[in-house]
Structure formats: structure tokens, C-alpha cells
Design a protein around this ligand. Sequence first.
Ligand SMILES: Cc1cc2nc3c(=O)[nH]c(=O)nc-3n(C[C@H](O)[C@H](O)[C@H](O)COP(=O)(O)OP(=O)(O)OC[C@H]3O[C@@H](n4cnc5c(N)ncnc54)[C@H](O)[C@@H]3O)c2cc1C
Length: 402
Amino acid sequence: MEKVLIVGGGAGGLILANSLDLDQYDVTVVDKEAEHYYQPWYLYVAFKGSKRKISRPISKLLKPGIRFVRDTIKEIDLDNKKAYGSYEVIYPYDHIIVATGTSPDPNVIPGLSQIYNQVGDFHSNLQNSRKLWNSVKNFKGGNIVFGMASPVCKCPPSPIEGVLLLEEYLNKKGLRSKTKITYFTPYPRAYPAEPMNRIVEPMLKERGIEVMPFFDLDMVDTENRKIKSIEGDELNYDLPIIIPPCKGTKIKFRQDVKDEDGFIKADKYTMRIKGYDDAYAVGDVNNLPTSKTGVTAHLEAKVVANLIQGIYDKFTGRINCPFDMGYGKATFVIADYENPVVEYPPSRTKHFMKMSMARIYWLTLKGYMDPVFDFYFEFTNPRKLNEKYNKTNPPKASSQPQ
Ligand SMILES: Cc1cc2nc3c(=O)[nH]c(=O)nc-3n(C[C@H](O)[C@H](O)[C@H](O)COP(=O)(O)OP(=O)(O)OC[C@H]3O[C@@H](n4cnc5c(N)ncnc54)[C@H](O)[C@@H]3O)c2cc1C
């Protein structure tokens, strides 16, 4: 039997492992952690104090017959088809899939690690999301600066979701009139994709949230409680909520397959690591020109499972990111390689769908929801939705961020 080695038992790695024919392939998943976390819920931990259980043991999320090993992969030799774990354990393989996600690195920006340790953040892990909830809960009014420290981040809507949920919380707590909120972003507008920005910017204005575009975070001056941008702007803060820059994998490759931020260079249709037919990078860890989301990891994993099993398939670049806008309304950021983001109006139904995902996520990982998703993805085809909703100045897909 051919050996398939999957490094990373997160959204992408689990879906891929569970999609393979176990009568034909000997599948091993290696992860440095024992538990898998539903990361989208970090928002509700950090801004609503949710105590929902959001993790499950990785071993329980795999179909019977798939081997799970808890280990950290340190090095991969693609030419000799070997991965190296801790204590000199060697994992030989016929096919390898690297699905190690991305992790925020606060050390890249001077002063940011202090904020990260003291205030918390809502992108790294459950512990830091709880820390941020404590900071939010203890806030009594003043200046909040809120934003992302680099253009690359998991789930492009999540920074705006965070600031909208925070505004809702402060409003309900009676602190809104005592608080100034400034949202900073390295992009030229609040939401990077123009059609979605046509919904987002008026909403931020209506809720009194100021937007500071072209703000590339350069340093945090913790002594004087200021953040400074490369462009020379400064913002004072009482509470800084900052998403640290996202970095790719720390795994050392014996071949030159990573970009300068540690993301793996992969083909945008097949997720094959450039130059290798038997090695793939799935999910947040690859450098594909699409958003880093669980849905993307899911769809990429399905394509790679087909390719390994000799079935022709191609990733379309589809994204479908749920976007909570606070006060019980949500929308979805929908696009693919060919079609720009849809100007998709928010509604209560979409909010209900976003909330339901937290329940059905665990079934999705095992493939039990595949027929429902196949129907949904066709029903929300980006080309058809663009024809219906993007009536004003439709932008070209290739020139649009997501
Ligand atoms: C606040 C927030 C909100 C979000 N909202 C949404 C949303 O609404 N919809 C959506 O689709 N996505 C959302 N996302 C993004 C989504 O969670 C990620 O894109 C998704 O989890 C990526 O899956 P992955 O498999 O690439 O990586 P992950 O799920 O992060 O898994 C990577 C795994 O690799 C393991 N690993 C790493 N390095 C090693 C190593 N060297 N050796 C062994 N194991 C290793 C890790 O322990 C981890 O288990 C959100 C993310 C955040 C932070």
C-alpha cells in the first residue's frame, strides 16, 4: 500500500485524511498538538466571553484505520521522500501533504510582543483569546486602536468582524460614548476587496468607528502608549487590539520551496509543491493567491485527495468566508480566481448560518456534510452572484484582493 503522510491535523489535514480510500492508502497524520480547535470561535471568546467547548481530540476526528502520531515535524527532504520528527524519528512516505497552517508572530514588530502577552489577541489560540476578553471586560473607556499588523492574515473578514463585535459589546455595556475606536489597516480602504468595502465602510461610519488606511504598523511604543506606522502616522491608545503578522511554517526543507515569510510555494490549481508531483501544501501554509480560510483549506483538501487517487481535479480559488457584522447580521465573502468578491448584502439568515457552522463543523471534518456543501457551493456560485449583486463598477477578479 502507498504511504500518505499528512503533516498537520487541522481543518485541511483532517478533511484530506478522511477523504482518502483507506483500502488503497496507508494514511498517517502527524500533529504537534493532541487537540484541534475551531478557530472562528476565538472571536466570540474574545468579544463575547463565550465558554463554548471548541476543541476535540484529533484522534477522534479521524476515521478508523487512520494512524495519528503526536510529534513535531522539524525537517522534510522532498527528494528522498522523508520527514524528520523529534527524537530522530523518520517518516518515509510516497505522498506528503504539508497542512501546518499559519501562526501569528508578534516578535516581528518592536513592542508588539508586550501587547500580545499583556492584552491578548484573537488569532493565536484559545488562551490568548480569553486574555483579550479579560482586557475588554476590564476596559472602562478611552482610546481603542484596533487592526492588523500585516496584510496577510487568516480569514480576511475577521479583523472587521472583531471591531464590529467589540463596538456592539461596548454599546450594550453603555461605554460607547466614552470610547473612541480607530480601525487601522495597511490597505487603502477598510475592507481590501472593493465590492465588500461598499458595505463595510458605511457601516463603520454609522457605528462611529474611524478608519485609518495605509497604516503599516512599524512599532508599538509601550512607554508612551502609541502605535506608529511606516508612513509616519501615530495613534494613541488606552487599549490596543492588534493581530500580529502571520508567518508560514518553521519546518526546514532541504529544498528551496518556501517564500521569505515561510509560506510554501505551490501550484494554485493542484496545490503541488513547485517541482514535486508527490508533495502538496494545503490550507493556510501555502502561498496561493486566495484567502487563508477553513473553507479554502477544505476545498483544496478535496482536490488533493482526488489527485492522489488518480482523479482529475482542479481548485477554482473559491472562498466563502462568513462575516459577522454584529447585532445579529452577517454576510459571506464569496469569490474565486475568475470572479471578484460579491457585494453580498448582510442578513439575519446568513448570521444564523454562521452560528450553525460552529455545530456542524465537526461533522464536516469527517465528510458527513459533503452533499449539503456541494449543493450550497453551487447555489452560491460566484459568477451567478456577481451577475445579481455587483452592479456598480464591477472590478476585474485578477486585480482584486479578497
Ligand atoms: C478569528 C478567526 C476567525 C476565523 N473565521 C473563519 C471563518 O469564519 N471561516 C473560515 O473558513 N475560516 C475562518 N478562519 C480561518 C481558519 O480557522 C483557518 O484558515 C483554518 O483553520 C486553516 O486550516 P489549516 O488546516 O490550513 O491549518 P490549521 O487548522 O491551523 O491546522 C494546522 C495544524 O498543523 C499543526 N502543526 C503546525 N506545525 C506543525 C509541525 N511542525 N509538525 C506537526 N504539526 C504541526 C498545528 O498544530 C495544527 O493542528 C478564522 C480564523 C481566525 C483566527
